[in-house]
Structures are given as C-alpha cells and as structure tokens.
Design a protein around this ligand. Structure first.
Ligand SMILES: Cc1cc2nc3c(=O)[nH]c(=O)nc-3n(C[C@H](O)[C@H](O)[C@H](O)COP(=O)(O)OP(=O)(O)OC[C@H]3O[C@@H](n4cnc5c(N)ncnc54)[C@H](O)[C@@H]3O)c2cc1C
Length: 477
C-alpha cells in the first residue's frame, strides 16, 4: 500500500492517555504546532477506566503535582465531576498509611474536558490512528508511520513524544529498553476495570470494616466512601466455585474499588491476569479475554455473596484491559528504587513523585506479594525528584518519552506509573519538545534550567527550593 504524506507538524505526541494529553497541551501552550495521535476514538487512556488518580499529593500532604494536571482536576471540580478524598485505615493501625490523599474523577467529564483543553491549546487531535512504525535517519526520528481509515500515512515531525505507555515509538526506533523484574523479567499483572451499579456501599464497608477513604468536601450526590478494600477470605469456597481454574493459593483475597457516585462502584484493580507480556499481541488478546471473563464472574460473585451488593449488576467494562507495566525505555537517567524510597533530590528535576512502590502480586492474588527490602513508602511521607534524563531515550534523537514507559527500574516505575505522576512527566516532556525546537537544539542537549523555568511558568511545582528562587524575567520560548 502506498504511503501517504500528510502536512508536517512540529511536535507529534503518540498516545492520548493522561501523559499524552498533558504533553500535547504543554507543547501547544509553549507555542509549538502540535498533533496528538490516539488509537481509540476517545482520549484518556487508563484515566477513562474509572480509576482514581493517585500521586497529586505526597503522604505528608504536600501538593506535588500542580500545573496543567491540576488545572484539569480544578476544572473537573468546578464541573462537579471530581472529588478529593482522605484515607483511613481500620485494620492495621500500627502501620504507616500507604496512601493518604487521592482524587476521584468522572471519566466522561475527563474525556470531554481534556478534548476542550487540547482545542484551546491549538492541538490537532487525530483519533482512530495507530502508530505502527517510525521514520529514522542517522538515529534521528523524522516522524511516524500511522495506520487509520485513510490507509498508511507518514506524519513528518520535528519532535516526537512517546506517550503510548508501552514505549512503542522508542522501541521501534531502536531505543534500548527493559521489561519486568531484574531476576526473570516478570511484569506486574493486568486487570480489566468494570463498574457495578446499584450497590449499597455503606452497608458493605460498614459490615466488613476495612480500609476506606471519605470525601474531603462532600457533595450530596457523592458516595460516602470514595475508596474501599473488602477482604474476601470468608467467601473462599464461593470464590473457588466462580474461579475453578485458580489454585487456592492464587485466589483473589480482596475486592478493591472506588465509588465517586452513590450506588456506583468501580472495581477490579485486584482481579488480576498475571504472567502476560502486553507487547505480545497474542498474550494481550488472551489477557483481554480472561479479564472479561473474570469481570463477569466477579460481578456475579459479589452479587451472590457480599452484603450491600445483592441488587447490583454489571453496568460496564472498560474499553481495554489495564496494563501496569511493559517496556521501560532506557534514558540518560535511570531512576532507581533508592532514589524513590529515599526521597532524593536531583538538580535536573522536571516532575515529582510521592506514591508508594505499588507492586501487585506476580501470581495474581489481590494483596501485594513483594516488598522491596527498604519498604514501599517514600521516606517521611515526602517526595522524590524525577530528573529530565528519565524522559530522554538513549541512542535516538528528536524523541522524548513520558508516563509509565519512562526510564526507571521495575521498582521505581511501580511508584512513578500512577497517573498524577505520569501527567507531571507529560507536562515536562511536552514542554521540552517545544523548547528544544525553539532553541534549535536536540532534546538531549536542552539546558534543563530553561525547561524548569518554562515549567514553573506553566504552573508546575518542582519543590520548595524553586519557590524561593527569583521568578524568571521572561518567557524562555
Ligand atoms: C488495572 C490498573 C489499575 C491502576 N490503578 C491506578 C489508580 O488507581 N490510580 C492511578 O493513578 N494509576 C493507576 N494505574 C496506573 C495508571 O493508570 C497508568 O500507569 C497510567 O495511566 C499510565 O499513563 P500513560 O499515559 O503512560 O499510559 P496509558 O494510560 O496506558 O495511555 C496510553 C495511551 O496511548 C494509546 N496508545 C498506545 N499505543 C498506541 C499506538 N501504538 N498508537 C496510538 N495510540 C496508542 C492508548 O490507547 C492510550 O490512550 C493503574 C493501572 C492499571 C492497569
């Protein structure tokens, strides 16, 4: 099939998940002609599967992700489509909290608002378009080959930001990458999110007595409990009947979910499909089929057994199975577990993370099965710096990456992969693409101080020490 050549764009963002949306807005606001390409007919990626957005606050409640990502939340709150919450722990009172603050969003409002913000930033959005290949000359990316209803199309671009989650662009361009844990490459399990309606969640949570989160500023339509974890061990025999292929030791031990609205419960973060490489088409397809079976069975198990779920029914399943981890593109900086857990600072900081090291059980049980030696919570409930180099892949020029495929170890990525942190990285990657272009340097050569100034002007928070610095005199682009 002949390759069509479409008009050149300055910044091309691949993947319209939380990272890609923010990257494209940041590039557009910084003055670059920007195009965002997404395989689905809507934007939002994993943010549209009815998950809460983690990572905006550290555990000592410092507001670490601001800028464009927080503008989205602020605007959603004004639309009565988001809720901030605070956690409490009813079972393990002696343990420090893994998570203290969180944000729930209405997924349809998120789709609607982010499309509007992209339009306002002058970004061209190309939906139903799959990135299938790259055009590269002398290790420099010249654009992407995409497939859509028009056929095979070459989208020429000066800078590409890979926000596909899987690092599809970087891998095809020949950037080095890693997958899974160091010992054997095993990756975190996948889970298909689903929504149950007509649930009496207050009765369920109050009967079982478990971890929960309540709205900070509740509105009448909101669910009292915004997040919960219901232990399922008392229904082991019933679970075994619904999931006969799972050995007893791998049975799900809890149902974790969130609930923005009264009656509606979004779950399945704990109903796992383990041992899958989601960059392998056959394995991904197998996982999707199994995930859909599990969602159906779990919905019926809950309805049959758990108080408060008697009248519930499966309202919807997400558009695709959720993937926690695939390729981690090796960049100029490799973020380590020690940097995360010790809350380290780095002079090249462009985003902040504060979420715990969230590794789900490799065999699929709902509780964490792996605790790194120094623990999972960031020191003193603080935050760590994400250096610019984690967004700059080795070997390939004109390319940046952001989101869950950035350069980090398996354990570090288990913290940075949450959506608030990914959105912060997206802003940095998009701004860097635009700024490097304006300055006529490659992303690798970009002076980080200028990028930090631009990010601060776009409202980002890079740590207290940047608040004390003199504000930059003029916009660097
Ligand atoms: C089951 C599950 C539960 C989770 N729970 C939470 C939670 O509660 N809170 C939280 O903050 N985080 C949670 N996470 C983590 C978080 O959702 C993801 O790590 C985060 O969304 C990653 O953002 P991203 O933009 O990098 O990737 P994604 O959200 O995966 O977005 C990638 C986008 O790129 C598109 N794309 C991919 N490949 C191509 C291609 N070749 N061509 C065109 N488009 C492409 C996809 O369609 C998608 O829109 C969870 C993840 C999973 C899987």
């Amino acid at each position: 099939m002949a390759l069509q050549v479409w008009p050149h764009t300055e910044v091309l963002v691949a993947g319209g998940g939380p990272t890609g949306i923010v990257a494209a807005i940041a590039a557009g606001l910084a003055g670059a002609r920007t195009t965002l390409v997404e395989q689905h007919g809507f934007l939002g990626g994993e943010a549209t599967t009815a998950l809460n957005i983690h990572g905006f606050h550290s555990n000592n409640e410092t507001h670490i992700v601001r800028g464009i990502p927080w503008e989205i939340i602020d605007r959603l709150k004004k639309m009565h489509a988001a809720c901030e919450m605070r956690f409490s722990e009813f079972r393990n009172l002696s343990l420090p909290m893994k998570m203290v603050r969180d944000v729930a969003i209405d997924k349809e409002a998120f789709k609607h608002l982010t499309m509007e913000m992209l339009e306002d930033a002058g970004v061209k959005v190309l939906l139903h378009t799959f990135v299938s290949d790259v055009v590269i000359e002398d290790d420099a990316l010249r654009g992407l080959v995409v497939e859509n209803k028009s056929g095979r199309v070459f989208l020429q671009a000066d800078r590409v930001v890979d926000c596909t989650g899987d690092g599809d662009v970087a891998a095809r361009a020949g950037a080095p990458f890693e997958q899974g844990r160091a010992s054997d490459g095993t990756m975190q399990p996948l889970s298909l999110m689903f929504t149950l309606n007509n649930v009496d969640l207050e009765r369920a949570v109050d009967t079982v007595g478990t971890r929960r989160a309540v709205a900070i500023d509740p509105e009448p339509w909101m669910s009292k409990y915004q997040h919960f974890m219901l232990p399922l061990s008392q229904w082991k025999a019933q679970l075994q009947r619904w999931f006969p292929e799972l050995p007893e030791k791998n049975l799900f031990t809890a149902f974790t979910g969130n609930a923005l609205r009264k009656g509606e419960v979004n779950g399945a973060t704990g109903v796992h499909v383990p041992h899958i490489d989601a960059t392998d088409a056959e394995q991904l397809s197998r996982a999707e089929i199994l995930g859909r079976k599990y969602a159906w069975r779990m919905a019926h198990f809950m309805q049959e057994n758990v108080p408060g779920f008697e009248n519930s029914y499966l309202l919807s399943t997400s558009a695709h199975i959720g993937v926690r981890e695939t390729r981690r593109i090796l960049g100029e900086h490799y973020l380590t577990y020690d940097e995360v857990i010790e809350a380290r600072r780095n002079e090249n900081v462009v985003a902040l993370g504060g979420f715990f090291v969230d590794i789900h059980d490799y065999e699929g049980r709902s509780e964490e099965g792996f605790v790194p030696s120094k623990g999972i919570i960031v020191k003193d409930g603080g935050y760590y710096d994400i250096p610019y180099g984690t967004l700059v892949p080795k070997r390939v020029d004109n390319l940046l990456v952001g989101g869950r495929c950035h350069s980090a170890s398996h354990e570090a990525q288990a913290s940075t992969r949450v959506m608030g942190t990914c959105m912060g990285m997206g802003q940095a990657a998009g701004a860097a693409a635009a700024l490097s272009l304006k300055q006529g340097v490659s992303p690798r050569e970009l002076e980080v101080k200028g990028l930090q100034q631009l990010l601060l002007q776009q409202g980002a928070f890079l740590g207290e020490r940047f608040l004390e610095a003199e504000p930059p005199a003029e916009h660097p682009v």
